[in-house]
Design a protein around this ligand. Structure first.
Ligand SMILES: [Zn+2]
Length: 412
């Protein structure tokens, strides 16, 4: 059996300084962790911990199609390499993002959308390592969790009779901290849900078929933006309540032995979690005797209609409906449903998003009355130069003190 010798000296890396104990030029970086870092001498083992200043990084969402193109230009064994290299933008984007990340100025968290899309590609492991190179392992929690986090804030305000003030700090909804100094070494953890490929594909196909039918209906109905917006924003609660009812019926049928056991029916669903949250908050605020009445009122009045993700999603679908009403024949493509899903969920938490041209066009076509009103800048291939200029401005905004620390820690 071959043995591998690990030399603890190898964990100490450049840049090296003069050791305060033995005066040799061997005082390297051992570990960087969040708000401090440790140096150790490779010769005398003298060790010291230093604190680091707090930092704020720009949170940037990079759509999977861009991740895919950046992988293709960097890996000539990947199908589509030749075509991707025709556009020098992808190499420039990768280099710029990698540099900003090394300089601790940006974080590009990955998401369930990256994972699902990657699983559908033949080279998903390479895609995973590409988006993780940019995210450093910081991952957005799943979208249901994020929707329910907004709902929980809404319920708390509603129970107090107040207007909700949402907290859109991205760290609230990520695994892994964003605004901290990252170690140079990142070890990817977690396997991908390969057994989910068929289910993901089926869900996507189903959603696309539904959207095509709805688009056809919009073409005939010719409703206004406002009419569709109203229907779409009400649709969220109706949808999760309907699913919840189906799940309950399945559980009853299973317990009564009328249906075979299905583990999926035993898992919680979004409507169920929402109902539990409403009951818990209302009972804390108003006591047990008022819980039933107030909880019913919450659902009856359709309070979740105004959740931030739901308003964005409703407005984007309403833009699609106006295009249908104006005579657009081609239905939205396969990616539209999941694009609207990740954009409406994550946009308020991001400083910038790089998405596809079609999605950006939807946002640009929003009527002024429904402008999104978040600080997130939206970019796509049509304004890629503006995106590079935005990234350059982030680089230029770094203070000399910050860059000096970067130099001393990472040597770049
Ligand atoms: Zn020393």
């Amino acid at each position: 059996m071959k043995s591998v010798t690990i030399n603890p000296r190898d964990f100490i890396s450049a840049p090296f300084l003069v050791c305060p104990n033995c005066s040799k030029n061997e005082f390297g970086v051992l570990l960087i962790s969040g708000t401090s870092y440790t140096r150790r001498c490779r010769d005398c083992w003298h060790t010291r911990r230093f604190s680091l200043p707090t930092i704020r990084k720009a949170v940037i969402y990079i759509d999977q199609f861009a991740i895919s193109n950046m992988l293709k230009v960097r890996d000539e064994t990947t199908k589509g390499h030749e075509k991707a290299t025709e556009n020098p933008f992808w190499t420039e984007l990768w280099d710029t993002l990698a540099r900003l990340r090394r300089c601790q100025l940006i974080c590009c968290p990955d998401s369930e959308e990256h994972e699902n899309e990657s699983l559908l590609a033949p080279f998903f492991a390479k895609l995973k390592s590409t988006y993780e190179r940019l995210s450093g392992g910081v991952t957005f929690k799943n979208f249901e969790h994020i929707r329910l986090d907004q709902a929980f804030q809404l319920i708390q305000a509603w129970a107090k009779g107040k207007e909700p003030v949402y907290d859109f700090d991205a760290e609230r909804i990520t695994y892994g901290r964003i605004h901290e100094w990252k170690d140079r070494i990142f070890v990817s953890v977690g396997s991908m849900k390969q057994d989910m490929v068929d289910a993901i594909r089926q869900t996507r196909e189903g959603a696309h078929e539904d959207l095509k039918k709805i688009f056809e209906r919009w073409r005939n109905e010719k409703k206004t933006f406002e009419e569709t917006y109203e229907a779409e924003t009400r649709g969220y609660l109706e949808g999760i309540v309907k699913t919840y009812r189906t799940v309950l019926m399945n559980r009853i049928a299973m317990i009564a032995g009328r249906q075979p056991y299905d583990v999926n029916s035993m898992l919680h669903c979004e409507g169920e979690l929402l109902e539990s949250a409403v009951k818990e908050v209302v009972s804390q605020e108003h006591g047990a005797e008022k819980t039933k009445e107030l909880s019913e009122r919450f659902f009856k009045e359709g309070v979740p209609k105004d959740l931030p993700f739901n308003k964005i999603s409703g407005a984007l679908y309403a833009v699609l409906a106006t295009k249908a009403a104006a005579g657009q024949k081609d239905p939205p493509n396969k990616g539209t449903f999941s694009d609207i899903s990740f954009i409406s969920t994550l946009l308020p938490y991001c400083d910038a998003m790089f998405i596809d041209n079609k999605s950006r066009a939807l946002i640009n076509d929003l009527p002024k009355t429904h402008a999104l009103g978040f600080g997130c800048k939206i970019f796509s291939l049509s304004n890629k130069e503006e995106f590079l200029a935005f990234l350059a401005s982030l680089m230029n905004s770094a203070t000399p003190e910050h860059l000096a620390i970067v130099q001393s820690l990472y040597g770049t």
